[in-house]
Structure formats: C-alpha cells, structure tokens
Write a protein that binds this ligand. Structure first.
Ligand SMILES: Cc1cc2nc3c(=O)[nH]c(=O)nc-3n(C[C@H](O)[C@H](O)[C@H](O)COP(=O)(O)O)c2cc1C
Length: 482
C-alpha cells in the first residue's frame, strides 16, 4: 500500500521535501503579522514548495500546499490515493477471513492492524526543553481584520473523563487564539470530538494538550473526519505503517505524540470562556467573535531547536482546501461502499470543499438521481452541510465544469428536476442561511431522463467515429495555432 518512506516526525518529512527540491528557505525577515500570509498564499497558488522562514524559531508554512505533498504525508504517491482509499474502506468493513491462505493474501491489512499499537517513550524528544510562555512561539496573525495571534495547525488532544485508553482519545485540528503568555481560546465547533469530550467533563477541569508540528500522518489523521470510534493515534499508525510513539505529558494526565516539535499542556476550567475572533476563515470571510473555552497553560515543552508549523485559512485555494481535495479521493471508496450507485463524487474546493457536491452515477432507473441525493444528505454526516448537489451521468466528468454546465444546460429542467428542502441542518458559519444552523438545500438532477421521467424523445449525443478523430489528429499534426 505505502510506496514512500515512512516519516516518523515533521523533520523527516521536511528532509524528504528538501532532498526533492521541494522546500525553500527564506532568510530575509518576514513579519508573522499579515506579511507571512501573502508569501504562503502566493507559494500555494503557484504550486510552490514548503516554506521555511528562518528566525529564532523557524516557521514552516505551505506544508501541504500541493496534492503531491498531501499524498506523500499519507505515505503514497498521488496515483496511490485511490488505492489507499480502497484499503481504508476494507479496513472499515473487513470481510470475514476464510482460512490461513485468505488471511495471508490480505497481509497488508493484518500488518497495518498490528502496527497500530503505540509505543510509549520514556525520553520523548518533545520534552527535551521548556519554553517560558506562548510569546516564545512566532505565532502568525494571518489577516488584517484578525483579533490577534492564532495557532492554526495545532493537534488538540482530549479524552473522556474516566477513560485513559488511547482508543478513547480525540485528536482534532482546532484553531487556538493566543490571549496571554499562558492563555489560549480553543475553538472546537460544537459537533467536533473535542467539544463532545468537553461536555463530558461538565463541572471538572479538563486536561488538554496541543501538539504543534506533528508528523504528517498524525497531522492528516487529526484533520480527517474519522468516525468517533476510530482513534486518530491508531489511524496514523495505519497510515504510517509504523507504530506511533507517544509519551506522558508533564503536567496533565494525557498521552502526547513523542516526536512533535512543541506540546502546550493545560486545563480548561468549567464555564470559563472568552470571545474568540474575529478571524478570517476558509469561507473567505471573517467569523464573528463568539465565546469559546479558555485553556490555562500549565507547561510548554519542545524539542531542541524547535520548528513552528503554521498555515493560513482563507477563500479557497488555501492549504486546507488542497488537503480536502485529496481527502475527497480518499473518501470515495468509503462513500461508494455505502451508496454503490455512485461512480464518482467531487467537492469543488472553490465551494469551500463541502458546500457543493457533483455526483456521477450510472443511471439505471427513474428517480435514481433523487434517491442518491437524499441518501447523501440522509446517510452520511459529512454531507449535512452540503447545500447543493448536482447529479450527472457516467459520460460527464464531475471535475470538469464545461461538462457539468453542459449537462445542466441540456439534461436538467428547473421545474421538474430540482429538489428543494427547507429547514435542514447547516453550518452556522453560513451567513446566507435564513437562521443560524438551519437552511435550505438544492439538488439538481442533470442526468438523462429515462422511462416515466419523460414522455419526449430524448436527444442523442453526437459523436464522431474515433477512426476519423484519429485521422484528423494525424492530418493536423504539427499545426501551429495562433
Ligand atoms: C488548518 C485547519 C484548521 C481547522 N480549524 C478548525 C477550527 O478552528 N475548528 C474546528 O472545529 N475545526 C477546524 N478544522 C477542521 C477539523 O480539524 C476537522 O474537521 C477534523 O476532522 C475534526 O476532528 P474531529 O471530528 O475529531 O473533531 C480545521 C482543519 C484544518 C486542516
């Protein structure tokens, strides 16, 4: 499955990128207030390298700015993402093993499962040194209207109150606003794993750790919307194909990744909140300030010569939208396992990576496009906030807007082929919704109408004989076009 070396930490991944000419060191001073954002976004838009801003503590940016690097972080080349998705779908629903031969034929799955037991290190590299306070970290203030410095790539580690096993842990990427040398605001949205744990701690202080600069498999596992019963620690071991190395935190009862660059430990006290934001978000707009839990920092440990990993979220394309595109391909086999009628599915990054979906089906019966729309909205939690679904036929490439627009223009009747729902769950960040958290959805059936769906003669798609197309290409070979 894995066709690249395994990266035990961020440094190993950076060394791999640098060896391939895919890392740029910037020695000129760059201001982490706004200026660094401009450099990161320009590099991203050009498909540019990882950036290393040199300084007292170097800042790493644009880490996952290309699909190739996201795939590499998952341990595969870009062409291997689909196969990895198939593998993950098989892991989620393994067929019963039939005898030893069958078990051995599926050895990659078995090996991966064996690799998932974490190893606890007594001397964790991330506990080599301590930092005096959050001001020692060159935290970016990404956008001009932002409320202050924002930690953008933290892996936030939480667990339920009475459960110490790593399988119960949640790791999620939730931005954290720095409000003092020892205070952060944690912005876990209500439906996230971290928020669910927070509710369970109720009137008791909750231990929290933020791991900054983790290895790529752990970073991507924390960003993936994994089911609640799958541990990100375990999952990162499956991706890496090697056991995850962990250690006990120094001042809170939590286990942390041993090879992160920095770990911020602390407590969230019951009822203690502060207004978080405004900050620029992945939608391309600033969020309104809203109360979120405050974390009181009890210790900051780090490696020798630590690196600070940062990113910027904004109107796509941004780093999370590039990651989202790869996750799209990764999730496809899992989605197809649940709704087999789907051939392909695309979440255009420009539509914030989840607010619109284009679905390709192999249409066989009347009403099938509607069934698929309703299945996506009803069965799969990750489509709860998808405002628009367009369903197309097998001959339409959902990633090609010329194809999709042609299908909409020729196979869709707005009166007959549109499904409109009202008062369905919606991302409260969507200010276009009539009420926060409750909004409409639209489904557009742009498939060929068959059977009782139409009484009219349907148009036949014009196609030339491939022999003639080949002859034309031959005749015009070498033609220079102005
Ligand atoms: C760079 C980046 C920043 C993110 N910021 C937030 C955030 O501030 N709050 C949030 O709830 N989710 C944020 N997310 C999305 C979550 O990390 C993601 O949905 C993850 O799957 C949540 O994990 P969970 O389901 O275990 O809670 C961010 C993702 C990335 C990649």
């Amino acid at each position: 499955m894995s066709d690249l070396p395994t990266f035990s930490d961020l440094r190993a991944f950076l060394a791999h990128c640098e060896a391939g000419g895919d890392l740029l060191r910037i020695t000129a001073p760059v201001d982490p207030r706004h200026e660094m954002t401009a450099v990161q976004l320009l590099a991203l838009r050009q498909g540019g390298p990882v950036l290393r801003f040199e300084g007292a503590m170097p800042v790493i940016g644009n880490l996952f700015g290309t699909r190739r690097r996201v795939a590499a972080g998952l341990g595969v080349s870009p062409g291997g993402v689909g196969a990895l998705g198939e593998f993950l779908a098989a892991l989620r629903a393994p067929a019963p093993v039939r005898g030893l031969g069958d078990a051995l034929s599926r050895w990659p799955q078995l090996r991966a499962a064996l690799m998932t037991r974490p190893a606890t290190l007594r001397r964790a590299p991330v506990q080599a040194e301590r930092l005096p306070g959050l001001e020692a970290i060159p935290v970016q203030t990404p956008w001009p209207g932002d409320a202050g410095p924002l930690i953008t790539w933290p892996v936030v580690i939480t667990r339920p109150p009475d459960e110490e096993s790593l399988s119960a842990y949640n790791l999620g990427v939730y931005r954290a606003q720095v409000i003092a040398s020892d205070r952060l605001i944690l912005r876990w949205l209500p439906h996230r794993g971290g928020a669910a744990h927070h509710r369970q701690w109720r009137d008791r202080p909750m231990p929290v750790a933020l791991a900054l600069g983790c290895d790529p498999a752990l970073l991507l596992s924390a960003a993936l919307p994994l089911p609640e019963n799958v541990s990100e620690f375990t999952f990162s071991g499956v991706l890496r194909g090697a056991r995850v190395e962990v250690a006990r935190a120094t001042s809170v009862p939590l286990t942390i990744p041993a090879r992160a660059e920095i770990v911020i430990e602390g407590w969230v006290h019951p009822g203690e909140t502060a207004p978080e934001g405004p900050f620029g978000d992945h939608t391309g707009y600033y969020n309104a300030a809203e109360p979120f839990p405050v974390m009181r920092v009890s210790a900051i440990t780090c490696r020798r010569d630590p690196l600070y990993l940062s990113t910027v979220t904004g109107r796509p394309p941004d780093e999370p939208s590039v990651i989202g595109e790869v996750f799209n391909d990764l999730a496809l086999p899992v989605i197809r396992a649940q709704i087999p009628e789907i051939c392909d599915l695309y979440l255009p990054p420009a539509a914030c990576s989840y607010r619109m979906a284009v679905v390709q089906i192999d249409k066989r019966y009347p009403g099938q496009a509607r069934r698929v729309m309703l299945a996506l909205w009803g069965m799969l939690a990750q489509f709860s906030y998808t405002k628009m679904i367009v369903v197309v036929d097998r001959d339409i490439d959902p990633r090609n807007w010329d194809d999709v627009l042609w299908a909409l223009a020729t196979r869709h009747d707005p009166g007959r082929d549109t499904v409109i729902l009202t008062d369905t769950p919606m991302d409260y960040l969507d200010f276009a919704s009539p009420s926060a958290g409750l909004a409409g959805k639209i489904g557009m059936d742009a498939t060929t109408k068959i059977g009782t769906e139409t009484t009219r003669d349907w148009g036949e798609v014009m196609r030339l004989d491939p022999v003639h197309a080949a002859r034309a290409a031959e005749l015009l070979k070498g033609l220079k076009c102005v």
